[in-house]
Design a protein around this ligand. Structure first.
Ligand code: SF4
Ligand code: SF4
Length: 437
């Protein structure tokens, strides 16, 4: 028996059980005293004879909860198998499409403002739409998913409503022929969301959209503005009210030290105007300095303030709103073999964070061995490096490729999240329910 390398020990309360023990792989937690702590810290190999009494008392529970494992090698293999299993899961085919890089807003922190002008004005063509629908059919024939998720992203995707309708109809047709259930989600700034458009997409499986609202009206209107500085808060709220009976919303808020305290008031306002039942969850992300704003929902937290994240999460819960689990971040969509992001020109990337990074594409809509290229790309994960040895690997998944590129210039580099996790586990774990003492 050896202690799991994914054990985290957090000093908690005075008394007999003064430590909280958490395991990032099994997601188990327990309160322990100094006797168990000494056992877990007694070295890489636990001597059965010397620890006979304490093992007799706690050994089975500690093994069952994943705090003690057979051997280091055995645990490494189990984690790799779990990771590979997640990569290979073929139930869902995820196709993210960027119909345009253009946007009708000029949010002050937008990372896409880093793209050059030719990229920004690129829109998807009719030829690419036709080929993309065919390609989606070919992917379904090859991977036999139960479910196809079509995620529309941008730029602002709703600048291309006509293209979205044509693409959704064509892909829906391909899915129907193969009895694959299809769902559409849109990530939008919300300014162009309207009931007619939503009605047209209902037959193809639209169920939800994600919109961004950065705090209360005053705060939001300083950050998320139109090209000529016009405000957007009221417009977005009206559009949500007009479509609330047809859709579920995820409301994302970007925060900095100026606006974060206003976010709970935003929750109150959304509830007051009758949107609570239409909101499936809320999430919040820091506005990064020097690297941009959005890549995907989980991405990086390394520059965030765990106590702010945690506070916002509790404020949401108090109001009956679900928020993301701050310790269930990875492995992210990048690691999934059947996840692809298609840019307006038909280039294919592993995830939306890598779009536009020179050389990060894995092919285009005519690349024959795209599955192999996808697998080769994600297989470059370095198990023998820093991440392979890290106690946070099961919840971090090695970090975001986009942020690795921003921070190291190499999208296979490491943009380490350890600082965030060190603080986050201390805040979150002792507050979670279900301790085993
Ligand atoms: S690599 Fe980054 S942007 Fe891409 S799916 Fe993962 S967290 Fe998101
Ligand atoms: S990026 Fe950092 S925190 Fe994440 S698995 Fe790698 S070493 Fe651990």
């Amino acid at each position: 028996m050896v202690p799991s390398k994914f054990n985290i020990i957090i000093p908690s309360e005075a008394g007999d059980l003064q430590y909280t023990l958490y395991n990032t792989f099994s997601d188990s937690q327990a309160r322990i005293g100094s006797d168990v702590l000494a056992l877990l810290e007694s070295g890489d190999k636990i001597e059965a004879k010397k620890n006979k009494n304490i093992l007799a008392k706690y050994g089975d529970d500690l093994s069952e909860l994943g705090f003690l494992v057979k051997s280091k090698r055995d645990e490494d293999k189990t984690v790799k198998d779990w990771f590979y299993q997640k990569q290979k899961d073929r139930d869902e085919l995820l196709i993210t499409v960027i119909p345009t890089y253009d946007c009708n807003l000029r949010c002050v922190y937008c990372f896409q403002s880093d793209l050059d002008h030719s990229q920004k004005s690129a829109n998807i063509s009719k030829e690419t739409i036709l080929r993309l629908a065919e390609w989606a059919g070919e992917r379904m024939d090859s991977t036999h998913p139960k479910r196809l998720l079509l995620l529309l992203y941008g730029g602002e995707p709703l600048l291309r409503k006509r293209d979205i309708l044509v693409l959704s109809a064509l892909i829906s047709d391909e899915a129907r022929k193969r009895a694959v259930e299809m769902e559409i989600k849109i990530i939008t700034n919300g300014t162009l969301l309207d009931p007619d458009f939503v009605n047209s997409l209902l037959p193809f499986g639209i169920k939800s959209v994600k919109v961004t609202i950065d705090g209360t009206r005053d705060h939001h209107d300083q950050l998320r503005i139109r090209q000529k500085g016009r405000k957007t808060f009221d417009l977005i709220i009206n559009n949500l009210l007009k479509t609330k009976d047809k859709l579920r919303f995820t409301v994302g808020s970007n925060y900095n030290l100026e606006n974060f305290e206003s976010i709970p008031s935003l929750f109150d306002y959304l509830i007051e105007i009758g949107l609570r039942d239409s909101i499936s969850n809320v999430n919040f992300r820091p506005i990064f300095q020097g690297g941009g704003g959005y890549s995907c929902d989980i991405c990086s937290f390394s520059e965030s303030h765990p106590s702010v994240q945690f506070w916002l999460s509790k404020e949401a819960q108090k109001r009956g709103l679900d928020s993301m689990d701050l310790l269930s971040l990875g492995p992210c969509g990048f690691h999934k073999r059947d996840a692809y992001t298609i840019d307006p020109a038909g280039k294919i990337y592993k995830c939306e964070g890598l779009v536009g990074i020179p050389g990060a594409e894995i092919g285009d809509l005519n690349t024959r061995d795209i599955e192999e290229k996808s697998s080769n790309f994600i297989d470059r994960f370095n198990w023998s490096g820093k991440c392979g040895e890290c106690k946070y690997l099961p919840i971090c998944g090695g970090g975001c490729r986009y942020w690795a590129y921003v921070k190291t210039g190499d999208y296979f580099g490491v943009a380490c999240e350890q600082k965030y996790f060190d603080s986050a586990v201390k805040e979150i774990i002792p507050e979670r329910q279900g301790f085993k003492a």
